[in-house]
Design a protein around this ligand. Structure first.
Ligand code: FAD
Ligand code: FES
Length: 251
């Protein structure tokens, strides 16, 4: 069930020149939070029509009551959020969206940029099931990477950078793990990257789940600003029907 709660900022840590990690203490149980879901964060000091911003759940610590978000500074709200301090409160609507189901025995996870954030909890849950997934993280350059040691602890990680500063040089679709033995792909990142991954998966006859990041406002299916046309020409609401879709439904 969706809730609106005031979370207390426990920590705000710089990860790289673009991203920061928020550790937030929840006043209520987080046991119904699932990998691939997102939250809608109210950003005080941002005077626009869209008061809340959607951010994926990077990690959850159900025992201690902490939620972790990785945020990239791109506009006014995310820049404002980057300045929050320990002890401040953030009003958060959660948990939102359908999230990832744990399907397959040999999953391949592919993240691009800050879209890598929700794949951590997915890899962790597979790991808890006894499955070590393969993961490709893509970035333009090494300064856009974050928390790679954390990822490495729960999956078999390979990095692709466009400038070759770390890992394999090139795009995620050129990474050697694309030739590994996998049965399902999960991807989140820039739309052109996800489309390219989905097309490759379809050519290989593999299922591919994509997590869309359309612009959103209400996050609860009321404003229809996040709709996407599926392949049959019907509108799907990314915030409630998604954000995770079988790529064959969309592309
Ligand atoms: C389901 C979902 C999960 C998300 N998870 C994360 C996350 O874990 N971490 C994170 O940093 N961001 C995430 N985002 C994106 C995040 O919501 C936006 O970056 C944020 O709302 C931008 O707000 P702003 O006021 O800082 O920027 P704005 O001033 O609103 O926009 C600045 C620029 O960014 C573009 N932009 C804004 N939102 C998006 C978007 N959703 N997709 C593409 N371009 C956009 C605008 O067109 C504009 O050019 C997610 C979005 C969705 C829908
Ligand atoms: S964001 Fe309002 S309907 Fe999806």
């Amino acid at each position: 069930m969706k809730k609106v709660e005031n979370f207390i900022v426990e920590d705000n840590k710089v990860l790289n020149p673009h991203c920061f990690l928020l550790k937030l203490k929840s006043p209520v149980s987080l046991e119904d939070v699932k990998q691939g879901q997102f939250v809608n964060v109210e950003v005080k000091g941002v005077q626009d029509r869209i008061l809340r911003r959607p951010i994926s759940i990077h990690d959850v610590d159900v025992e201690e009551g902490y939620l972790y978000l990785v945020v990239q500074k791109i506009g006014k709200a995310t820049k404002e959020l980057s300045g929050v301090k320990k002890g401040e409160t953030l009003s958060i609507v959660f948990p939102l969206g359908n999230g990832f189901e744990l399907k397959g025995e040999k999953p391949l996870l592919i993240g691009g940029g800050v879209g890598t954030a929700p794949l951590y909890l997915l890899a962790k849950q597979f790991h808890r099931k006894g499955i070590k997934s393969n993961m490709i993280i893509g970035a333009r350059t090494n300064e856009q990477l974050f928390l790679t040691n954390r990822y490495n602890a729960v999956c078999n990680l390979s990095i692709s950078t466009e400038d070759g500063s770390v890992g394999e040089k090139g795009l995620v679709t050129q990474n050697s793990l694309m030739n590994s033995d996998f049965d399902v792909i999960y991807t989140c990142g820039p739309t052109p990257m996800m489309k390219a991954v989905a097309m490759m998966a379809q050519q290989m006859g593999k299922t591919c789940y994509v997590s869309l990041e359309n612009r959103m406002a209400c996050g609860i299916g009321a404003c229809l600003c996040c709709v996407n046309e599926n392949k049959e020409g019907h509108n799907v609401c990314v915030c409630t029907d998604g954000p995770v879709f079988d790529s064959k439904e969309i592309w």
